[in-house]
Ligand binder design. Structure first.
Ligand code: BEZ
Length: 213
């Protein structure tokens, strides 16, 4: 199993899920994907994470993103647990949870870190673009629930920086100023792309209002 790095093709797989057996690339279609592993069903932190993802369904859809969760628990367990999540959060779990009891996906994506957690996936996140390339990864320990606002923020940054020659500064939030990439030096091109102008704090740190999507 090779380490997966940014820019790598996200491995395809076929696996059972709460929405039926699926082939990953075909299921993703032309959407972005957030593939995220959790350690185990019927655990408190995981229950809040999957509920939060379900509650954010409209935010994911607005960005053309499909969430998909995974653990190495079997399908029957997932199906029972989904009822708890829906009762706790009061929203339907509208995304699939992969039942990876045979570890097909956990192995491909290196989601089991035995020195951290024996026999279960840690909290991995893979953000995958419509070309099926891995664009961001995070890994959290079992004891720390993820911040799904951060997942959305990274997707916003990726989608903006794919569309324009900009990067996002520390703690950037949508709507805030962005950085013009240092490689863009031509003043005519800068004026064309950024008609609102820019503030140069140093020759290489040039802030401009976010371009329209
Ligand atoms: C949890 O989701 O609550 C959890 C899972 C594994 C270890 C610790 C906490």
């Amino acid at each position: 199993m090779a380490t997966l790095r940014l820019g790598d093709l996200a491995p395809d797989f076929e696996q059972d899920s709460t929405q039926g057996r699926l082939r990953f690339h075909a299921w993703a279609g032309d959407a972005w994907v957030v593939l995220f592993s959790h350690p185990a069903d019927f655990t408190p932190v995981c229950t809040t994470e999957l509920g939060r993802t379900a509650a954010l369904a409209a935010e994911f859809a607005r960005r053309n993103v499909k969430p998909i969760a995974i653990s190495v628990d079997p399908l029957a367990s997932h199906l029972q647990w989904v009822r708890d999540i829906e009762a706790v959060q009061g929203v339907p779990v509208g995304f699939p949870i992969l039942a990876d009891a045979d570890r097909t996906v956990a192995t491909l994506y290196d989601m089991v870190h035995p020195e951290a957690l024996a026999n279960a996936t840690v909290r991995s996140v893979f953000i995958i673009d419509p070309a099926k390339r891995i664009r961001a990864t995070f890994t959290y320990p079992a004891s720390t629930g993820r911040n799904f606002d951060e997942v959305l923020r990274v997707i916003d940054a990726l989608q903006l920086t794919d569309a324009h020659p900009v990067a996002t500064p520390a703690d950037w939030r949508p709507g805030q100023d962005v950085v013009i990439v240092p490689s863009l030096r031509d003043p005519v091109e800068i004026a064309r792309r950024f008609p609102a102008g820019f503030r140069a704090l140093t020759p290489y740190l040039r802030l401009t209002p976010p371009p329209a999507a």
